[in-house]
Design a protein around this ligand. Structure first.
Ligand code: ZN
Ligand code: FE
Length: 255
């Protein structure tokens, strides 16, 4: 496998991911919630960090940035719309941009909604998507800066990715996301199975991130707002997909 990904738990419930392209030895980290665990993981692995990739401006994704940059000399890449509000970027990325991590091509997509200018990093060949707070395991981020329509457009971008895509999201929120999801489609057996698996993993102290798109399409109500079964389950058979999404997101805000 030419792209190796290491999950690094940070702070109380954040994840950073260290990416290593095995042929070139190029190494990157996606998000920097805190420096210590990331630097410790790099030392353990014996990898030197070349690139820091930032998904969005929230503190819990960038707090370790200056320390990791100073310790490693890595170059920093983030979304152009965030450039004014995060530490200095070496490269400003926009929707549709691509760059190489050794032999692996990464595609940048705009996934605004949670914030304006949130980006996700998609490795099409390696089937890896780094989605932070846009698409989360069994959930999606709260819509702070964008509009509900914008976040629904983002969810549709994820629907179009291959089902086998691994989804590396930014937080361990899966248990609480699942408890909410169960209120939307309580009779859905895929939800029940995922809840049992989630509880088992958490009881053992194991992360539930990453997940994969196939599982999210089957169980994540925010990705299923266009699904007739979900619409029927909440009595919104005749509503538009975007209105159903907005209703689910609003219910989650008040959950
Ligand atoms: Zn965030
Ligand atoms: Fe976050």
């Amino acid at each position: 496998m030419p792209l190796q990904v290491i999950t690094v738990p940070c702070l109380s419930d954040n994840y950073a991911f260290i990416l290593h392209e095995t042929e070139s030895g190029q190494t990157a980290v996606v998000d920097v919630p805190e420096a210590k665990p990331i630097l410790a993981a790099l030392a353990d692995l014996g990898w030197s960090l070349d690139h820091i990739l930032i998904t969005h401006h929230h503190d819990d994704h960038i707090m370790g940035l200056e320390e990791v940059r100073a310790a490693t000399g890595a170059s920093v890449h983030g979304g152009a719309p965030d450039a004014y509000r995060i530490p200095p970027l070496d490269t400003q990325l926009s929707d549709g941009d691509t760059f190489q991590l050794g032999g692996e091509t990464c595609r940048v997509i705009d996934v605004s909604g949670h914030t304006l200018g949130h980006i996700a990093f998609i490795f099409d060949e390696a089937l890896a998507a780094f989605t932070a707070d846009s698409l989360m395991a069994w959930g999606c981020g709260r819509v702070f800066e964008g509009t509900m329509d914008m976040q629904w457009a983002t969810m549709q971008k994820f629907q179009d990715l291959p089902r086998a895509m691994t989804i590396y999201s930014g937080h361990e929120y899966t248990t609480s996301n699942g408890k909410f999801a169960m209120t939307i489609e309580p009779d859905n057996e895929s939800y029940q199975k995922r809840m049992a698996e989630t509880e088992e993993a958490r009881a053992k102290g194991e992360p539930t991130v990453p997940s994969n798109l196939g599982l999210e399409l089957a169980t994540n109500p925010f990705l299923r707002a266009n699904h007739p079964k979900l619409k029927a389950a909440i009595g919104m058979e005749d509503a538009t997909d975007a209105d159903v999404f907005a209703e689910i997101r609003t219910r989650k805000d008040n959950f």
